[in-house]
Design a protein around this ligand. Structure first.
Ligand code: ADP
Length: 477
C-alpha cells in the first residue's frame, strides 16, 4: 500500500505510517499515512520560518490564483473527496459531500479576500502628520485540527492563513489524515512556494506538542477538546504567542409552547443526531416548555424511529457510525451515567450490528433529565440528547444559559417577542431561530463564548483578526 507522506519544505517525506481505518467497516484500511516525529515538526517549522519573508510580501494576485485553483479543484473532485471523508470519518456520503463543497467555498471566499486586503489612512491629531493602519501577517501559524470536520476545519484555517500572507505547519487529527493530505496536495500542486504550507501528520502528544514548544511558531489556531485547548493556551502564553481556541459545546435548543411542532422536531433531530452528534454545534440539551413537552417528545421519538443507522456510504443512511472505539465507549459510558442519574431512556441506547463491522449506536434520547445531571453539563460528542422540561420561557432561557459552554443556542418559537429576547440574551456566540444549532454559513463569523472558545472569531472577514497583526505608522509630511 502507498504511504501518504508528510510535506516538509516542499518535499514529501516519511517512512513510518499508521493505518487510517473506516469506522463503517473496520476491516477496511482507507490508507497508510505518515506518522511524523518531533524532528519532522522542527524541520517543518524551520521551513515555514524560512519561507515567511518571501510569502508575506507575495503579490495578492499570486495568493488569489492559488486559493482559487484549490477551491476549484476541491469542487471538481467533491464526490471523490466526499467519499474519502465519509470513509475515514463516518459521516454519511451526502453530509461528507456537503462538507467538501463547503471547503471549496471557503477557498473561493478567501481567494476573493486576498484581493480586498486594505488598510486605513487617517489624519493625525497633530498637524502635518499622517497615520496609516495596516495589517501584517503574523508569521508561522501552527494549525491543529480535530477529526469531526476532516476537510472543512482545515480549509477554514489554511485558507485565511495563506490569504493574509502567513506560512503554515499543519497537524491534522490522527483519525482522519486523508482529507488533509488531499488538500495539502492540491495546494502544493496549485503552486505554493516551498515551505509555505507544511503538513506533519502524527500524534498530538508528539507533533502537536513540538509545535506548542517551539518559539518559532508565532500563532496557533486550535479546534479540539477543552483539555488540549488548555495546554495550547498555557504553552502559548509562555511563548507570548497569539492563539485561538475552539473547544466544546453543550448547546441548548429551546422549544416553546407556541413552536411549530414540525419545525422544532426537524431542527432537534438534525442538531442532535446528524453527523452522529459529533459536531461541536450539536444540540444535546432540548429545553422544552410544559405545554408542548409531551407532544414534542412523542413526535421526536417517532422521527427517531425513521432514522437509519448504517454504513456511511450506503444510500438511505441517515446516521453513520461513531468515529472510533474510544468515542463509542465515551458515548455508552454516558448512557449508563444518564440511567444512573435518573433520566428516563426514551429511545435508543443500544449498539447495533450491520452488514459491515463498525461502531454503530442508535440515536439515544433521554427525557426527564435535569440541567444539573452530568449528561446535561458535560459534552458527550455522540448521538445522545436529553430533554429538560421547564415551566416557561424565562426558565428556558435561564436553563439554556446555565452551562460552562457558549458556542451555539437555538429556539423554536413563532413568537417574535421571544425570538428577539432570546437572540439578545443568549450567552452563546451563535444563535439560531427555528433552525438547527448546527449548520452555519462559510462567509460569516463562527465561534463561541465562555468555555467554548478563546480569541478572535474564525471565518468570514473576521478571520483577519487572528491571522494578522495591526500596525499603526506615523509619517511627518
Ligand atoms: P479529540 O478528543 O476531539 O480528539 P483532542 O483535543 O485530543 O480532541 O484533539 C484535537 C487535536 O489536538 C488533534 O489534532 C490532536 O492530535 C491534537 N493534540 C492532542 N494532544 C495534543 C498536545 N499535547 N499538543 C498539541 N496537540 C495535541
Amino acid at each position: 500500500m502507498t504511504i501518504y507522506k508528510n510535506l516538509i519544505a516542499g518535499e514529501w517525506v516519511g517512512t513510518d505510517a499508521t493505518k487510517n481505518i473506516n469506522p463503517s467497516d473496520t476491516n477496511e484500511v482507507v490508507g497508510l499515512y505518515a506518522d511524523g516525529s518531533a524532528e519532522d515538526t522542527k524541520n517543518a517549522i524551520a521551513a515555514a520560518k524560512a519561507a515567511f519573508p518571501a510569502w508575506s510580501r507575495s503579490g495578492i494576485w499570486e495568493r488569489h490564483v492559488i486559493l482559487k485553483k484549490a477551491g476549484d479543484e476541491i469542487m471538481a473532485r467533491k464526490d471523490e473527496l466526499g467519499a474519502l471523508l465519509a470513509r475515514e470519518e463516518g459521516k454519511t456520503l451526502p453530509e461528507a459531500i456537503g462538507e467538501t463543497i463547503r471547503a471549496s467555498q471557503i477557498f473561493e471566499f478567501f481567494a476573493g479576500e486576498a484581493l480586498r486586503l486594505a488598510g486605513e489612512v487617517i489624519p493625525s491629531v497633530r498637524p502635518n502628520i499622517g497615520v496609516e493602519i495596516t495589517r501584517d501577517p503574523l508569521g508561522v501559524i501552527g494549525i491543529i485540527t480535530p477529526w469531526n470536520f476532516p476537510i472543512a476545519i482545515p480549509a477554514w484555517k489554511i485558507a485565511p492563513a495563506l490569504c493574509y500572507g502567513n506560512t503554515i505547519v499543519f497537524k491534522p487529527a490522527e483519525l482522519v489524515p486523508g482529507c488533509s493530505w488531499a488538500i495539502v496536495d492540491i495546494l502544493h500542486r496549485a503552486g505554493l512556494p516551498k515551505g509555505v504550507l507544511n503538513l506533519v501528520m502524527g500524534r498530538g502528544s508528539v507533533v502537536g506538542q513540538a509545535m506548542l514548544d517551539s518559539p518559532d511558531v508565532t500563532g496557533i489556531t486550535f479546534t479540539g477538546s477543552t483539555g488540549t485547548g488548555r495546554r495550547v493556551a498555557s504553552a502559548s502564553i509562555e511563548h507570548n504567542r497569539k492563539f485561538q481556541l475552539e473547544m466544546g459545546g453543550k448547546n441548548p435548543m429551546v422549544v416553546l409552547d407556541d413552536a411549530d411542532l414540525g419545525v422544532a422536531v426537524e431542527a432537534a433531530a438534525n442538531s442532535g443526531f446528524f453527523s452522529t452528534g459529533q459536531r461541536c454545534t450539536a444540540s444535546s440539551r432540548l429545553i422544552v416548555t410544559e405545554g408542548i413537552h409531551d407532544k414534542f417528545v412523542a413526535a421526536l421519538t417517532e422521527k427517531l424511529q425513521t432514522l437509519v443507522v448504517d454504513n456511511a456510504l450506503k444510500s438511505g443512511t441517515h446516521i453513520g457510525p461513531v468515529v472510533d472505539e474510544k468515542q463509542l465507549k465515551t458515548d455508552t459510558d454516558y448512557i449508563e451515567i444518564g440511567k444512573k442519574e435518573g433520566a428516563k431512556l426514551a429511545f435508543g441506547g443500544e449498539l447495533v450490528t450491520r452488514e459491515t463491522p463498525g461502531f454503530y449506536l442508535q440515536p439515544t434520547l433521554f427525557t426527564e433529565a435535569t440541567n444539573q445531571m452530568r449528561i446535561s453539563r458535560e459534552e458527550i460528542f455522540g448521538p445522545v440528547v436529553s430533554v429538560i422540561r421547564v415551566k416557561d420561557y424565562e426558565e428556558a432561557l435561564a436553563t439554556a444559559n446555565d452551562t460552562p459552554f457558549g458556542l451555539s443556542a437555538g429556539i423554536a418559537t413563532t413568537s417574535l417577542k421571544h425570538a428577539t429576547h432570546f437572540k439578545r440574551n443568549s450567552e452563546a456566540g451563535m444563535v439560531m431561530v427555528n433552525l438547527p444549532t448546527a449548520g452555519v454559513d462559510f462567509h460569516v463569523p463562527f465561534g463561541g463564548r465562555k468555555g467554548s472558545s478563546y480569541g478572535p472569531r474564525e471565518q468570514g472577514k473576521y478571520a483577519a483578526e487572528f491571522y494578522t497583526s495591526v500596525k499603526t505608522a506615523y509619517t511627518l509630511a
